[in-house]
Design a protein around this ligand. Structure first.
Ligand code: NAP
Length: 219
C-alpha cells in the first residue's frame, strides 16, 4: 500500500509517515524545507519537496499518482495570517481534491478540527478564521461524489507520548489528544478502506486504537 501525506514533515504527518513506513508500507509526501527531507530520508522515507501554496493541481497530481490514499495533514499554523490559512488549509485542499481526481487517487483523508474547539473562550479573529476555513474545506470534501473521503477531527494536539487509547466517534466533547495517538488512528484508518464517507472526532480515551477503529466497522 502507498500513502502520500501532504504535510509529511508536520507533527502529525511525520509520525504517521514513520508508523506506515515501519509497517512496511510505501510512503511519500510533500514537505517544504531541505532539512525536513534529510530527516525523513534518515528514517528511510523518500518524500517530495514542494510548496502547496504555489503548486498547481497538475504538478501535485504528478507527485501523488500511484498512491492508494492521500492524507491531507498540512496546515498554515497561523503563518501568513488569515491569507496563509486560506491558502493552505482551504485552497490547499481544493488543489489536493483536483489533483486526486486527475491522478485517479480516490481515497482522501483530511485531518481537520472540531468546529466547536474552544467555544466559550475568547479566541482571536485568526482562530475564528481558521475554524471557518477548516469547516469550508470539510464541506467541499463531503460534497465530492467521486472520492472516498474520510474526515478526522482531532481535539487539541499534545506532544506528550501517546497512550494508545482514544475515543473515536462522530460526536465527542472537545478535549485533547496526543499527536502520537492521532497518527496511530490515521495509520489504522489508512489500512481500513471499508471506513469511508464518515466524519470522526478524536480525543484521548479508554479504547485501544485498533478496537476504536474496528468498532466503526460494526456500526
Ligand atoms: N494544533 C492543534 O491543536 C490542532 C487541533 C486539531 C487539528 N489540528 C490540525 O491538524 C493538522 C496537523 O497538525 P500538526 O500539529 O501536524 O501541524 P504542523 O506540525 O504545523 O504540520 C503542518 C505541516 O503543514 C506544512 N505546510 C504548511 N504550509 C505548507 C506549504 N505551503 N506547503 C507545504 N507544506 C506546508 C508545514 O510545513 P513546515 O513544517 O515547513 O512549516 C507542516 O509540516 C493541521 O491541519 C491542524 O490544523 C491542529
Amino acid at each position: 500500500m502507498k500513502t502520500f501525506i501532504i504535510g509529511i514533515a508536520g507533527g502529525v504527518g511525520g509520525r504517521l509517515a514513520r508508523l506506515l513506513h515501519d509497517h512496511g508500507d510505501e510512503v511519500d509526501g510533500l514537505y517544504r524545507r531541505p532539512e525536513q527531507g534529510v530527516a525523513l530520508a534518515a528514517d528511510g522515507i523518500n518524500a517530495t519537496r514542494g510548496d502547496l501554496s504555489s503548486l498547481d493541481p497538475t504538478a501535485l497530481a504528478h507527485m501523488i499518482r500511484g498512491s492508494d490514499v492521500l492524507v491531507f495533514s498540512a496546515g498554515a499554523g497561523g503563518e501568513g495570517g488569515n491569507a496563509g490559512t486560506t491558502a493552505i488549509d482551504g485552497d490547499g485542499l481544493t488543489t489536493a481534491i483536483t489533483a486526486a481526481r486527475s491522478a485517479g487517487v480516490t481515497r482522501l483523508v483530511l485531518v481537520s478540527v472540531f468546529p466547536d474547539a474552544w467555544r466559550g473562550r475568547a479566541v482571536s479573529d485568526t482562530f475564528e478564521h481558521y475554524i471557518e476555513v477548516k469547516k469550508r474545506a470539510e464541506v467541499e470534501l463531503v460534497a465530492t461524489e467521486d472520492l472516498d473521503w474520510l474526515i478526522v477531527r482531532p481535539a487539541a494536539l499534545l506532544d506528550d507520548p501517546g497512550a494508545g487509547r482514544v475515543a473515536l466517534a462522530p460526536a465527542l466533547i472537545h478535549t485533547e489528544v496526543t499527536r502520537d495517538d492521532v497518527a496511530a488512528v490515521l495509520a489504522e484508518l489508512v489500512h481500513t478502506p471499508e471506513i469511508h464517507r464518515k466524519i470522526l472526532e478524536l480525543t484521548s480515551g479508554d479504547t485501544p486504537v485498533p478496537d476504536a477503529v474496528s468498532h466503526l466497522l460494526r456500526e
